[in-house]
Design a protein around this ligand. Sequence first.
Ligand SMILES: [Zn+2]
Length: 372
Amino acid sequence: MVTASYGESEHPRERALLSADAKAPTLAEVVRVLQTLYPLQYAESWDHPGLIVGDPTDPVRRIVFAVDPTMATIDRALEAGADLIVCHHPLLFRSVHEVSGFGVHGAIVGKLYRGHCALWVGHTNADAAFRGVGQAAADAFGLVEERPLVVTGQQNGMQIGIGRVGYLAEPMTLRAFAQHVADVVPKTEYGIEVAGDLEALVTKVAILPGSGDSEFDQVRAADADVYVTSDLRHHPATDALEQARHEAALRRAGVDVGKMTERRDDADVEFDSDDANASGKFDVFSGTACVEAAGSGHYVGIGAQNRVESVGAADVMRPALINTPHSAIESMWFDYAAQDVPAAIERVTGYRPDVVRLTESTDPWLLVLGRD
Ligand SMILES: [Zn+2]
């Protein structure tokens, strides 16, 4: 099943008429704009995003956004009259030695050239960028005081980089936050998976849309209560959860491990001692900064910016894990890109291209069995 939404350009024909006086920009001009919004130097060294297919002199009147350049996506985009497809995932990820019609990638390249349709990929450069993939997901989940999980550069005076770390406006249980994630991420057949103490309060959230099990050390260093990512494999996920459980057991035994020490040292404690006394329970590992939250068995304290941080009960394993469908969470980037790209092109060229956003799921799994 294929669906499309017209997002920014609700009425493409009207929009085309409005823009009729302005000359459509060339692909070369549009690529320059795209690579101002999502600079290629932000890409990981192994990644090769940018213009993959296209004649730089062709005009661009209509842009289609889609996560994956599958054959179905290409066909749908050509049907929709695309001059340019902006995808998140690469078409040619590993080395390529031919683009004949015997291979699907060659067939796609040929189909795009015959259709005068370009393909531009915003992959890890778009992950890192301002209003890129990571920020789009973090904003959609309602995080505040965000920063990159791994800082790799600066854009518009803001830190940019891999993943995001931020806070929920109010602590909530892992169960409630996971439900929130499930509500916000576009629906897929297999949904999301959760590991951790479902009733523990979470406040500090790390997010990495896409394959994130290489970044557990960064998540631990960021002191996150929960990590939202995709493609969590058995062994890295099990190791991370086992370590989290082990550290929680050590804390229960009075051994100060994990990032709790840093959190305590960071704390700019402006705690109202009357409130603390009223709760009657100071936390064992932070001494003065934490009190039990409403008899929940969980502890909250005051962080460096006077933000109430959930530091969890001493025996709570952190970080919990939320495994999301890879393409679905990354497709949330288009909430921003489908606005930002035509607006930037219009600012630079005076012409606002039509925007079509393909919303069908390209996560591969259609059927989930054996859960009963
Ligand atoms: Zn991805």
